[in-house]
Design a protein around this ligand. Structure first.
Ligand SMILES: [Zn+2]
Length: 436
């Protein structure tokens, strides 16, 4: 039976009655190409003077479309460029646009653009992978993701709901220039739910304050807890912009700092005993990952290996002492009662500050003392049941996306699509004003 190929195409292309299919073709190894034009309802008037305009020329625009029959596809749009008939009018030529086909300047159809945005933004597929599927250029996909993603986030006014515990965290956004200089930004997080609310450039107090100050007063008033790492700038942000919120240092950052001190101690002892930086055969180098792992996560073999490597590489027992201090600090979070926790922390800090302790342990004691109230506030705050895990997962998600961006605005859109929980249902209701 003979089927009208144009009708089949019309259904497949699915652009609605305003778009007419002119034909379909394709080379055996190339993409399927569908030619379209818009249907005209009547004459088109010059927007400047109202005189009937005439078609000046028919530029063809090639748009990447979704695959058809497992094959890359292109929409070839025969556009009309209009020109006023009145020579004295002075209005320039006018190129037609059609919201069902593609946003202005887009290299992709509407449906392909939305699909790319969701594949990359929501499901975390790479731009390169999606570009391969569609048989098109990397930039065409990236432009679509950023264009549709920007429009989606702008339309999603309800994305940021009420927040009880607001977290600020420094995040590495890229490395720039000859020296691979680290460029940082600040993640703004709902600690209770693990939702990324936004990212702002820099990791200074002012940038984060500016973001908070721009929120509605009622939203700010709902924040009971300001969750931070042990850094001065974010303390200033909370003090300035959310003076009524109780500041809390979360366990993740306490643990991270203790591990940092442990790493420093290990490097120092390595250098003092062997006179060089860690080499793959050195016991202190081989033990580095076992040391920073939580003790409860070591099996019997791991434990035995840890002890024998320390035996071999740590003659004065300094690394072992610092490891022990780190593990003891972590037990703070096994204590339920806030008063017990306070007593425990004060005793621990006094022990760790002993002049016989390795300098790294003494330094850790100083940090814990300076942040005592914020650390202990955790036991009262208990921001939610699994906040640390939620935020850790969030950080992993951000990191997965994070690297390879040079433009902060593009990075921001990508991480918010992936970790910011936009309402994806809105994607079919929006249309970007322009792509790029
Ligand atoms: Zn005119």
């Amino acid at each position: 039976m003979e089927t009208d190929p144009t009708r089949v195409c019309e259904l497949l292309v699915g652009l609605g009655p305003g778009v007419e299919i002119l034909g379909a073709m394709g080379q055996p190894n190339g993409p399927l190409v569908v030619w379209v034009q818009t249907r005209l309802d009547g004459p088109v008037a010059c927007p400047a003077c109202g005189v009937i305009a005439q078609v000046k020329d028919r530029p063809k625009v090639e748009l990447v479309d979704l695959c058809s029959f497992g094959r890359p596809a292109r929409l070839m749009w025969r556009k009309r460029r209009w020109q006023c008939r009145d020579r004295d009018c002075g209005a320039g030529s006018l190129t037609e646009h059609h919201p069902a086909i593609a946003p202005p300047r887009a290299g992709m159809t509407v449906r392909a653009g939305r699909w790319c945005c969701e594949q990359v933004g929501r499901h975390g597929r790479t731009v390169a992978e999606v570009a391969r599927t569609l048989g098109c250029d990397w930039h065409t996909v990236n432009d679509a993701v950023i264009g549709w993603g920007t429009a989606l986030l702008a339309a999603d006014a309800a994305r940021i709901g009420p927040v009880a515990a607001l977290g600020l965290d420094e995040t590495l956004f890229c490395r720039q220039g000859k020296w691979r200089t680290q460029v940082w930004c600040t993640s703004v997080v709902d600690v209770g739910s693990g939702q990324l609310l936004d990212v702002v450039e820099g990791r200074n107090a002012a940038a984060a304050s500016e973001w908070i100050d721009a929120r509605p007063a009622a939203w700010r008033a709902g924040i009971d807890w300001g969750v931070l790492d042990m850094s001065g700038p974010y303390r200033k942000t909370f003090t300035d912009s959310l003076p009524d919120a109780v500041q809390v240092v979360d366990p993740f950052h306490v643990s991270k700092h203790a591990n940092k001190m442990l790493d420093e101690c290990r490097r120092r002892v390595q250098n003092e005993t062997l006179g060089h930086r860690g080499h793959k055969d050195d016991p202190l180098y081989r033990v580095r990952r076992l040391l920073t792992k939580g003790h409860e996560r070591l099996d019997e073999r791991g434990e035995a290996k840890l002890m024998s490597l320390l035996e071999a590489g740590d003659p004065r027992g300094e690394v072992r002492m610092t490891w022990h201090a780190k593990e003891t600090v972590r037990t703070l979070y096994g204590i339920a009662d806030p008063d017990d926790a306070a007593e425990f922390l004060d005793e621990l800090v006094a022990d760790m500050a002993d002049p016989d302790m390795p300098p790294e342990v003494q330094s850790l004691a100083g940090t814990l003392r300076r942040w005592r109230n914020q650390i202990l506030a955790w036991h009262t705050a208990r921001v939610s049941n699994g906040p640390t895990e939620a935020v850790n997962n969030l950080i992993k998600r951000i990191k997965r996306i994070g690297f390879g961006f040079r433009r902060f605005d593009h990075y921001r859109i990508r991480v918010l699509l992936y970790a910011g929980r936009p309402n994806w249902d809105l994607l079919t209701t929006i249309n970007p004003a322009e792509i790029r």
